[in-house]
Design a protein around this ligand. Structure first.
Ligand code: SAM
Ligand code: SF4
Length: 374
């Protein structure tokens, strides 16, 4: 089925998602649920809803943790609402959409949303970030619905540590989902949040995994977006430290001349807009990436905006509460009125985490990653 053409869609909305620092938004993340079937120590708040099937899985006794109830069903945007706002934003210049959460595969029939997104004129790629627990069984269906790539989160190869870090016995399911996604023809990347004292001793194993499988493993610096309240600067393992460990144990990696090409043949690491800085082994075998948000923040090149599961537009990961789009969607506003509100909100996009770092204001739980989706 052909995509809905812009000229067929009625309103003529100006394309200008430019903020006050001159950055242009081209990528949109949709956090389709705040719920999750894991409780990663760097992400999830302490869930207190005793009636919830995941609440009983809570083993986080940190007193700094945010106590949290899942959003009620009617507080979360419907697929129709996500599709409408995505269509409006595509007409404003958004080109790539990532579906995330919480855990996006907990949302029933998320493939319907993917299929709808893939029909939006102007959208060149649709990807998903998932913890992989349910991906094995859904990879084929998602691919057929229009999903092109998946980022699968995996922080350890040790089953006991997996349980300690993610609150569930899931290592084998996640490993299987990597192979299932590969077989389904999805482009696969691995996201690894490195937390000192938890999994940093495995960074070299992850680099070896990248060499053996050909999948890019992206090491992510731990950001203070933890509902658990454990973040501290000491727990952040920097990109440069990880590079030294890899060089010492395996061999040299270098960044020069590396241009990653995504499934749309777009260069993703030479235009400064991709957060992952890619490094390849000089023997030609394997590529790793780094998302050094804490030690080399990339705010000046940020080209992404987010819609939370409860319908707020966040122009920055560190923005809170953001802008209430749900209210507009549910109160009869026209596409043009919503577009105007989005344009105005994005004009006010803050400088980003660089400013928080500069003013020495980093502290745990500056925002909640599970509501934003990364
Ligand atoms: N549940 C899915 C998953 O885990 O892949 C999608 C949502 S998760 C919030 C998106 C990404 O954010 C994951 O790769 C996760 O590892 C990463 N993440 C979560 N909390 C983080 C934190 N405090 N600092 C850095 N990355 C974080
Ligand atoms: Fe869930 Fe993903 Fe957060 Fe882990 S990182 S708790 S899997 S939302």
């Amino acid at each position: 089925m052909s995509k809905l053409k812009e000229e067929d869609s009625g309103n003529n909305i100006d394309k200008a998602l430019v903020d006050g620092f001159g950055r242009v938004a081209r990528k949109l993340r949709l956090s389709v649920t705040d719920r999750c079937n894991m409780q990663c120590i760097y992400c999830m708040p302490r869930v207190v809803d005793k009636n919830d099937e995941f609440g009983s899985n809570n083993n986080n006794n940190n007193n700094n943790a945010i106590a949290k109830r899942w959003l009620a069903k009617d507080e979360v945007l419907s697929y129709e609402e996500f599709l409408r706002v995505s269509q409006i934003m595509a007409r404003l210049g958004i080109e790539k959409i990532r579906v995330t959460g919480g855990e996006p595969l907990l949302r029933p029939r998320v493939e319907d949303l993917i299929a709808g997104l893939s029909k939006i004129y102007g959208i060149k790629s649709i990807s998903m970030t998932t913890n992989g627990l349910y991906l094995g069984e859904k990879a084929d269906l998602l691919k057929k619905s229009g999903l092109q790539s998946v980022n699968i989160s995996l922080d350890t190869f040790k089953a006991g540590r997996f349980k300690a870090m993610c609150g569930i016995d899931g290592l084998h399911k996640v490993l299987n989902s990597i192979y299932a996604s590969e077989n389904a023809g999805l482009n696969v990347k691995i996201n690894t949040v490195v937390v000192r004292g938890w999994n940093d001793e495995e960074v070299v194993d992850f680099a070896r995994f990248a060499r053996e499988t050909g999948h890019v493993v992206r090491f992510i610096e731990f950001m203070p977006l933890d509902g658990s309240g454990i973040w501290s600067p000491d727990l952040v393992v920097s990109k440069s430290e990880i590079i030294s460990r890899i060089r010492n144990d395996i061999g040299d990696i270098e960044t020069s001349g590396i241009v990653a090409v995504d499934n749309n043949d777009d260069k993703v690491n030479d235009d400064g807009s991709a957060p992952a800085k890619l490094y390849s082994f000089t023997d030609g075998k394997g590529t790793v990436g780094f998302i050094p948000s804490m030690t080399e923040p990339f705010c000046t090149q940020c080209d992404r905006v987010r819609i939370t599961s409860d319908g707020r537009l966040l122009t920055c990961l560190f923005e809170n509460p953001g802008y209430d789009i749900k209210n507009l969607l549910r109160n009869g506003k026209t596409d043009q009125e919503i577009a105007n509100y989005i344009l105005e909100s994005i004009r006010r996009k803050p400088e980003g985490v660089v400013r928080i770092i500069r003013s020495k204001a980093l502290k745990p739980t500056l925002n909640l990653m599970h509501t934003i989706g990364g």
